[in-house]
Design a protein around this ligand. Structure first.
Ligand SMILES: Nc1ncnc2c1ncn2[C@@H]1O[C@H](COP(=O)(O)OP(=O)(O)OP(=O)(O)O)[C@@H](O)[C@H]1O
Ligand SMILES: [Mg+2]
Length: 569
């Protein structure tokens, strides 16, 4: 090091021919590589650890999302336990345990103590995690704020032992440091248990762990979550279905979504020896015919070696891709919740009087398939004089922060809700007794930051959300217009009911009928009114069943004794 510095000084003298060292040399001494862990050590807010309240939510969310992903990948109905223990002085211990597939021993240190290490980043299929940073970020935050290591127990089968690890992250190197590694006894046949201690505060409300878990239960009706909060109280979110979500299949990238840098990288690392086979084997929806067409439009031979392509040729290939008609990517890489289950989930957690849900057909943004679902719960105990509550979800994960920065919010505020029975002032959220839920499922949910809190404003996504909201809105409008008609009718019914006894009495006296006829008239009027409940417009269509009662009017009086009996009563 000292030798290097001396050489730098010497170089400075040689170049200038004087002792005065250019400032750039001094500045150059400060240049050094920054490890990703050091970067996030300083920028923890980018990962959702910007305040103590949010830190608790983010840490729980990262672990629970991983558990749900792992269970689904292993086709196991998730049973997840979440425990938060108050250690006093703004410290909390978080314990998350799942019944998933467990993790192979050698991967445990990197998964939990190395940032940007994971199985989902390079995979094009819907999953909650995508970046490979979530759980190690939580471990890093715990280490920074409490100095305590993250503790993991994992087991992959009843025939394998369970392993216990305690890990620290070496932030300078972004590498795990193993503090403890041993075989252990564990009651579970397979699964993973993660234990963390972090500086945090616990609060209830819209952005709390409680609400995150409640909303998670809405969009994951196949999961059971047993939650013990710091009070401690136990809340069980029981599963509403035993059916696992449809498995999301992995797909290859679609040519429409690829940019020049990515294409060049792919061409450098491909094993294909010709451009034609490169395109048809590494992209979805590219047959050899389509691959040939791309090459010919770019003016390059299909037999050209991908590894030898230069920047200019890559640019021509990108242009050729845009000019070639290629069918949309397959959509079995997405697994939506479905209208029925979304409605079921909403009903389970929100007490309202009307529910509707819509699942749109899949669409594509930047070559990435995505699918939008929307649902509305209306009326019941929901407050009528406040702005509607919004529930945002991406790949079945509730998004609780950055509402105003989210494409979902923009889609809701730019939809006209007045025609669907809700009040709204321009460009704001509608007002009324409703909850609006929107779910975006995609192979790559485009978040605005690494903290995965808000969806970016892609026009294709906003358009689809608005279409889903409008479809739900129309269903809501049908219900609200029917409801206002019924309440109108109820008012009128009230008036009529009040006057029926007087009408009966008056008719009896005007027509000179018997006292018992008055009761029959009242009965007919009441039945007529009851019969037509909720369908005033149909009134009078069919009243033949009253003929029998009408026939009794003015006929023989009932036996005297019976009348007497009644009077005595
Ligand atoms: N409970 C678990 N069971 C099995 N595998 C797990 C579990 N938790 C994490 N993993 C594995 O560890 C990897 C890294 O997890 P991490 O949360 O850091 O990243 P991610 O989930 O891939 O992406 P993101 O940063 O978006 O959360 C995951 O991709 C997964 O393969
Ligand atoms: Mg994750």
């Amino acid at each position: 090091m000292a030798e290097k510095e001396a050489q730098t000084k010497l170089d400075a003298k040689d170049e200038k021919g004087s002792d005065k060292k250019p400032i750039a040399y001094e500045l150059a001494e400060k240049q050094r590589e920054i490890s990703i862990a050091e970067f996030f050590e300083k920028n923890r807010h980018l990962l959702g650890f910007d305040n103590k309240k949010k830190a608790l939510l983010t840490a729980v969310k990262e672990a629970v999302d991983n558990s749900l992903d792992a269970c689904e990948e292993a086709k196991v109905l998730p049973e997840i336990s979440v425990e938060i223990i108050d250690m006093k002085n703004e410290r909390f211990r978080i314990i998350i345990e799942d019944n998933g597939p467990g993790i192979i021993k050698k991967h445990v240190p990197n998964i939990f103590a190395k940032l940007l290490y994971g199985s989902k980043f390079h995979t094009m299929k819907q999953s909650r995690g995508q970046q490979g940073i979530g759980i190690s970020a939580a471990a890093l935050y715990g280490q920074l704020t409490t100095g305590k290591p993250i503790k993991i127990i994992s087991r992959i089968s009843p025939n394998d032992p369970a392993y216990l690890y305690e890990l620290h992250i070496n932030t300078q190197k972004n590498k795990p440091e193993i503090l403890r590694e041993e075989e252990t006894q564990w009651k579970k046949d397979h699964g993973t248990k993660v234990e963390l201690e972090i500086e945090a505060t616990y609060q209830q409300g819209g952005q709390s762990v409680d609400n995150y878990l409640k909303q998670t239960a809405v969009v994951n009706p196949h999961a059971t979550i047993i939650y013990t909060n710091p009070k401690p109280e136990q809340i069980i979110f029981a599963r509403a279905t035993n059916e696992l979500p449809k498995e999301a299949k992995e797909i290859k990238p679609h040519p429409y979504g690829v940019e020049i840098g990515m294409l060049m990288k792919m061409m450098k690392s491909t094993e294909s020896r010709t451009l034609q086979s490169f395109f048809s084997s590494e992209f979805s929806r590219v047959s050899s015919g389509v691959a040939k067409e791309i090459c010919s439009k770019a003016g390059i031979l299909p037999t050209f070696k991908p590894i030898e392509t230069n920047r200019d040729q890559a640019e021509r290939l990108i242009r050729a891709i845009r000019e070639t008609k290629i069918i949309a990517p397959p959509t079995d890489c997405i697994s939506p919740i479905g209208e029925e289950l979304l409605q079921k989930g909403l009903k389970k957690e929100i007490n309202a009087e009307f529910y509707c849900a819509v699942t749109r057909s899949p669409d594509v943004y930047r070559g990435n398939p995505f699918q939008v679902e929307a649902a509305i719960a209306y009326g019941g105990e929901l407050p009528a004089d406040k702005q509607v509550r919004i529930m945002r979800f991406a790949n079945r994960v509730p998004l609780l922060y950055q509402q105003s920065a989210c494409a979902v919010t923009e889609s809701i505020t730019s939809t006209s809700w007045k025609s669907y029975g809700l009040n709204q002032s321009q460009d704001s959220l509608p007002v009324g007794p409703a909850v609006i839920a929107v779910h975006i499922a995609s192979v790559w949910a485009p978040f605005t930051s690494e903290a995965k809190e808000a969806i970016a404003h892609y026009p294709e996504i906003i358009k689809e959300i608005k279409l889903a909201l409008q479809e739900c809105g129309r269903k809501l409008a049908q219900y609200t217009s029917k409801k206002s008609k019924y309440s109108d009718e109820l008012k009128k019914r009230g008036y009529i009911e009040k006057y029926i006894p007087f009408v009966g009495e008056a008719l009896q006296s005007i027509l000179g009928l018997k006292k018992s006829d008055e009761e029959i008239i009242e009965k007919i009027l009441k039945e007529l009114l009851e019969k037509s409940r909720g369908k005033l417009e149909e009134l009078g269509e069919d009243n033949t069943e009253y003929d029998e009662d009408f026939a009794k009017i003015g006929k023989e009086e009932e036996p005297k004794e019976k009348e007497g009996e009644e009077e005595n009563e």
